[in-house]
Design a protein around this ligand. Structure first.
Ligand code: FAD
Length: 504
C-alpha cells in the first residue's frame, strides 16, 4: 500500500530542500531539516518501504545522533544492546573486544532491523509534519544558480517538477542523482562472496555480543544476535561457487556447521548472497546538489559501517543546509560538507576493506599468524579499545576542517564533544542552533544570534577546563551536530571569528 493517504496536506511546491530517497540516510536528513524548521520534501520510487533488512548494527556515535534527532528511545525499544565482539578460532574463544571501555555517551552498539530504523525515522518525520511521497521517481535535474528544478515521474509516466533551493541525493548505491551529476563511484575491491541469512534459530552464544568464527574450515562465519530469537548470520564462500546456485536454508545450515557456528536454523526470513565491492564519488557537492549515504560511498558490510556513515553524512549536512536556507550562506559552510565527510568516507572504506581482508584470509599460515596476533594483541594491550572506538566511529573528527577554529589540550576543534555528557546531548536535541559553554561559569552572555549559552555544572566546568586548557577562561562552541566548532580564550571575539568562518 502507498504510504501517503489522500487526506495528507499537499507538500509545498517549492521546498527549501528536496531529499531524493527515503532510505535511512534520506529519512535522517529529512528529520534533521524538519526539526530545524526547513521546508523539506522527500520522494521515493518505491510504493512502500522496503522489507529487506540490510543494516542491523547501529554504532555508538550514531546513537548520539539519533538522540539529537529525537528517536533514540524508539530505537532502543526495538533493539538489543551489543557490548562487544567475541572472536573464535578452531572452536575456541580467541579474544574479546569490549565496547564498554570506549569514551562515549553510549558505550555500546545496538542491533535492530534496518526496516525498524527506517520505521522509527518515518514516524518521527510524520510527527514533524513531513510525509514521504512514494511511487515518485526522480528522473531529471536542472541545476541553476538560484535553485534546482527536479523532474519526478509517477509509475503511469506522468511527470511533475519540483523547484527546490537544494537537492540531496540519498538514493542509494544506484543513485540517479549521482548519474545526473556525471559522477561515478570510483573503487576497485571486488572480492569475497558471502551467504547471508536473517533467521530464527537456537544457539547458546552471548546475545549481548557479535560473534566471528575464523576457522575451522576455509572461511569465516559471523553471527549477530537480533531481538527475539532472530539472528543475522554470514558464511564466507570459497571461490568458484556457482553464482546461480539458489540460496536455501539447507545450504546455509551446512555452511554454518562447517564454519563452527553452532546455530540451528528454525525459520529463515531473508536469505541472499552478497558479493563485496567498494567505491566512493570524488565529489559530494556540485553547486546546489549534494550526495550522501550509499549514493556517495559503498563498501563491505564488515564493521557494519554503511548506514552509520550515511547517517553521519546526513547529520553533518542537515544543520549546514538549514543555516544556508536561513542566511543565504552557500560558500564555505556548504563546501565544508565535502571537506569533512569525504575523508571520513575514504577512511571507512579503508577500514572495512582491511577488516574484510583480515577476516577472509585463506592461507592457513596467514590464518594462524592472524589468530595469534589477535589473541595476544586484543587480550593484553589497549588495541581492543582502539579497535572498538574505531569501529564504533567514536574516532570520527573534523580536525583541519575549514569551519572549525582554535586549539585545546585534549578536546580539539573538530572533535565530538562528550563533555558534559548528558547535558550537551539533551541540549542538542532541544536547540536548533549552536551551543556555547563559557569558562569560567558566570552570568549568561548574549553571544550571537543562533548561539545558545549552556551553563554547565561545576564538575563539568573543571573537566572542560582541563580538557581545553582554558585555565584563564574562554569558550567552547558546540556545533548543531555535536562537534566542537571553536575552542577560544575570548568569548565575544572568538564567536565572531568562528561565525565569520561559516560566512566565508
Ligand atoms: C547485507 C547488508 C548488510 C549491511 N549491514 C549493515 C550494518 O550492519 N550497518 C550499517 O551501517 N550498514 C550496513 N549495510 C549498509 C546499509 O544497508 C546501507 O549503507 C544503507 O542502506 C544506505 O542507506 P541509504 O539511505 O544511503 O540508501 P538506501 O537504503 O539504498 O535507500 C535509497 C532509497 O532511494 C530510493 N531511490 C532510488 N532511486 C530513486 C529515484 N531515482 N527517485 C526516488 N527514489 C529513489 C530507493 O527506493 C531507496 O528507498 C549493509 C548492507 C548490506 C547489503
Amino acid at each position: 500500500m502507498p504510504e501517503q493517504p489522500a487526506a495528507l496536506p499537499t507538500p509545498a511546491p517549492t521546498p527549501d530542500v528536496l531529499v531524493v530517497g527515503a532510505g535511512p540516510v534520506g529519512l535522517a536528513l529529512a528529520v534533521d531539516l524538519a526539526r530545524r524548521g526547513v521546508a523539506v520534501r522527500v520522494v521515493d520510487t518505491l510504493a512502500a518501504p522496503t522489507t529487506e533488512s540490510r543494516a542491523i548494527v547501529v554504532h555508538s556515535r550514531t546513537l548520539d545522533h539519533l538522540q539529537a534527532l529525537g528517536v533514540l528511545d524508539a530505537v532502543l525499544e526495538r533493539a538489543v544492546v551489543s557490548r562487544g565482539m567475541e572472536l573464535y578460532a578452531d572452536g575456541r574463544r580467541l579474544a574479546h573486544v569490549g565496547f564498554d571501555g570506549i569514551d562515549a555517551v553510549h558505550p555500546y552498539s545496538v542491533s535492530l532491523l534496518q526496516t525498524d530504523t527506517e520505521a522509527v525515522l518515518t514516524a518521527r518525520l510524520a510527527e514533524l509534519g513531513v510525509h514521504v511521497e512514494r511511487s515518485t521517481t526522480l528522473t531529471a535535474l536542472d541545476a541553476r544558480d538560484d535553485g534546482v528544478v527536479a523532474t519526478v515521474t509517477a509509475p503511469d509516466g506522468t511527470g511533475a517538477t519540483i523547484e527546490a533551493a537544494f537537492v540531496v541525493g540519498t538514493d542509494g548505491a544506484r543513485s540517479t542523482v549521482r548519474h545526473l551529476l556525471g559522477l561515478r563511484l570510483e573503487g576497485s575491491f571486488a572480492g569475497e562472496d558471502f551467504l547471508l541469512g536473517d533467521v530464527d534459530g537456537d544457539h547458546d552464544y552471548d546475545p549481548s555480543c557479535f560473534h566471528t568464527f575464523f576457522s575451522p574450515g576455509e572461511a569465516t562465519g559471523l553471527l549477530f544476535p537480533l531481538p527475539g530469537d532472530r539472528a543475522r548470520v554470514f558464511a564466507q564462500l570459497p571461490p568458484g561457487v556457482d553464482p546461480d546456485r539458489p540460496v536455501t536454508v539447507e545450504w546455509l545450515q551446512e555452511a554454518l556447521d562447517e564454519r563452527g557456528v553452532r546455530l540451528r536454523v528454525r525459520e529463515a526470513h531473508w536469505l541472499t548472497r552478497l558479493r563485496l565491492k567498494h567505491g566512493q564519488v570524488p565529489r559530494y557537492r556540485v553547486g546546489r546538489v549534494f550526495l550522501a549515504g550509499d549514493a556517495a560511498h559503498i563498501h563491505s558490510p564488515a564493521g557494519g559501517l554503511g548506514m552509520n556513515t550515511g547517517i553521519h553524512d546526513a547529520v553533518n549536512l542537515g544543520w549546514k543546509l538549514a543555516l544556508a536556507v536561513a542566511s543565504g550562506r552557500t560558500g564555505a559552510l556548504l563546501d565544508s560538507y565535502e571537506a569533512e565527510r569525504h575523508p571520513v568516507g575514504a577512511d571507512v572504506i579503508a577500514l572495512s576493506t582491511r577488516l574484510t581482508r583480515l577476516g577472509t584470509l585463506r592461507n592457513p599460515v596467514a590464518q594462524r599468524v592472524r589468530n595469534l596476533v589477535l589473541h595476544l594483541g586484543l587480550e593484553s594491550t589497549s588495541l581492543d579499545e582502539r579497535l572498538a572506538a574505531r569501529v564504533e566511529q567514536q574516532r570520527v573528527r573534523y580536525a583541519g576542517s575549514p569551519v572549525v577554529a582554535g586549539h585545546g589540550r585534549t578536546v580539539h576543534p573538530g572533535d565530538f564533544l562528550r563533555l558534559p555528557r548528558t547535558q550537551v546531548a539533551d541540549a542538542l536535541a532541544r536547540t536548533p542552533g549552536h551551543l556555547a559553554v563559557v569558562l569560567p561559569r558566570g552570568w549568561p552572555l548574549h553571544l550571537a544570534e543562533g548561539v545558545t549559552e549552556l551553563v554547565v555544572t561545576e564538575e563539568d566546568e573543571d573537566a572542560l577546563t582541563e580538557a581545553t586548557g582554558l585555565t584563564h577562561g574562554g569558550i567552547v562552541v558546540v556545533r548543531p551536530d555535536g562537534y566542537v566548532g571553536l575552542v577560544g580564550d575570548d568569548p565575544k571575539t572568538g564567536v565572531a571569528q568562528y561565525l565569520a568562518l561559516l560566512d566565508g
